[in-house]
Design a protein around this ligand. Structure first.
Ligand SMILES: *Cc1c(COP(=O)(O)O)cnc(C)c1O
Length: 354
C-alpha cells in the first residue's frame, strides 16, 4: 500500500501466474509449457542475429512476421495483429472492444486473466456458468452483452467447443465482438480462423507459447476483420510502438518455417496425453476429455489439495485452483514421456499411503 498509488491501483487484484519456484528443480507440470524445445530453426535464427542491428529499433509493424502469419492462417496481411504474448493481445482487445457500458460475458470457469483485465480497464462483466459437465452452451450467451470471450479449448477444463457452435454464436450476436482465445487449439481442436472471413465480429487469438514451445519469447497474435485489427493497432500505437523485439521477430518467423518439427512434437504431446489419461483413470482419477496440452482431473477418494501438496513435496508441480466448483480438481500439464512416468509413479505412492 502506498499513498502514491493511483486510486485504480488500490483496487487491482493482479493475475497470479503458476509458480516458477527457484528453490529446487521441479518437474513443472503447472503452467502448460511445452516439454519439448523449440525447433532447431528457431535456435539458428537467434544465434545468427547480427548483434550490431540491436542498436536499431525493430520493425514496429513486424511486417515480415505478419506476412508469414497471414500465409499460415490463409488470410490477408491486414487481418493479422501481433503482440508481446497473447496476454498483451488480449489486454489490447479488452481496451479496444470492451470498454463501454454493456457487460462482457465469459464463463465462470475460464482463464483467470479475463476478470483482471476487466478490473484494469473498468469493464463490467458477467460470468455465465458452464454446465454441470463443464461444457459451454452457446444458448446461455443469448442475452444483452457488450462482448463475449472464452478460451477454446477452455482453460482450465480442457474441453473443446465445436466450430459449429462458434458459428452459431457469431450469428446470434452480430453486434458484439466475440473473442476466441485459442492458446491450446493446436493440441486437438479445429481453429475458428476460417470463420473470421464470414463474421466481422469474430476475433481469434493464438500464441507461440504453448504449441510452439516459445513461452519465453513472448509472441501472440490475433486474426480478424481488418477493422478489428485496425482498432488493435490504434491501441498498440498508443501504448508501445515496438512490442516485438528483433530476436522475437526472427525466431517466430523461423518457427513458422519448420512445420514438420512442429507437427512431430504436437503428435508426441497428444500421444503422451492419451497414455497419461488412461493411466490416471486406472489410478482412480476421472479425467475430463482434453483437447489441450493439459488434463483436468479429480480423484474419487483423495482431495485435490492434498495430492497437490504431496506432489509438490515430492518435487512435482501441478496447478490447483482454490475456486468454487473446481477446488477438488488438478490441472496437470502434459510433460515428456519421462515426466509423465515420474508423475504416475509418485501418484501411485501418494495414493498407496493415503
Ligand atoms: C497461456 C495462455 C495465454 C497466454 O499466452 P501468452 O501468449 O504466453 O501470453 C492466453 N490464454 C490462455 C487461455 C492461456 O492458457
Amino acid at each position: 500500500m502506498s499513498r502514491f498509488w493511483s486510486p485504480i491501483v488500490h483496487q487491482l487484484a493482479p493475475y497470479v501466474p503458476g509458480e516458477q519456484p527457484q528453490d529446487r528443480t521441479y518437474i513443472k507440470l503447472n503452467t502448460n509449457e511445452n516439454p519439448y524445445p523449440p525447433s532447431p530453426a528457431v535456435m539458428t535464427a537467434i544465434e545468427t542475429i547480427d548483434g550490431n542491428l540491436l542498436r536499431r529499433y525493430p520493425d514496429p509493424e513486424s511486417v515480415q512476421l505478419t506476412r508469414a502469419l497471414a500465409t499460415y492462417c490463409a488470410v490477408d496481411d491486414d487481418n493479422i495483429f501481433v503482440g508481446n504474448g497473447s496476454d498483451e493481445v488480449l489486454a489490447h482487445s479488452f481496451q479496444a472492444f470492451f470498454c463501454h457500458h454493456r457487460p462482457l460475458l465469459f464463463p465462470d470457469i475460464s482463464y483467470s486473466f479475463y476478470p483482471v483485465y476487466c478490473d484494469l480497464y473498468q469493464i463490467d462483466y458477467q460470468n455465465i456458468p458452464l454446465r454441470e459437465d463443464f461444457s459451454l452452451a452457446v444458448e446461455d450467451y443469448d442475452r444483452d452483452n457488450g462482448g463475449i470471450i472464452f478460451a477454446n479449448p477452455n482453460a482450465p477444463t480442457s474441453r473443446l467447443l465445436p466450430l459449429s457452435a462458434i458459428a452459431t454464436l457469431c450469428q446470434q450476436q452480430p453486434d458484439s465482438v466475440i473473442i476466441i482465445d485459442e492458446a491450446y487449439i493446436d493440441f486437438g481442436g479445429e481453429s475458428a480462423i476460417p470463420l473470421t472471413r464470414e463474421y466481422d465480429n469474430l476475433l481469434v487469438i493464438q500464441t507461440f507459447s504453448k504449441s510452439r514451445s516459445l513461452a519465453g519469447l513472448r509472441l501472440g497474435y490475433a486474426i480478424g476483420h481488418r477493422d478489428l485489427i485496425e482498432g488493435l493497432k490504434r491501441v498498440k500505437d498508443s501504448f508501445n510502438s515496438y512490442p516485438i523485439d528483433r530476436v522475437a521477430q526472427a525466431a517466430a518467423l523461423a518457427s513458422l518455417t519448420d512445420e514438420n518439427y512442429f507437427c512431430q512434437r504436437l503428435k508426441q504431446v497428444i500421444s503422451n496425453r492419451y497414455n497419461l489419461s488412461v493411466k490416471l483413470e486406472q489410478l482412480g482419477f476421472s479425467v475430463l476429455p482434453s483437447a489441450a496440452n493439459f488434463v483436468f482431473v479429480e480423484h474419487r477418494q483423495m482431495a485435490a489439495v492434498v495430492i497437490y501438496q504431496q506432489l509438490k513435496s515430492a518435487g512435482i508441480l501441478v496447478r490447483h485452483f482454490n475456486k468454487p466448483r473446481i477446488a477438488n480438481y488438478l490441472r496437470i500439464t502434459i510433460g515428456s514421456e519421462d515426466e509423465c512416468n515420474r508423475l504416475l509413479e509418485t501418484l501411485a505412492d501418494i495414493l498407496d499411503k493415503g
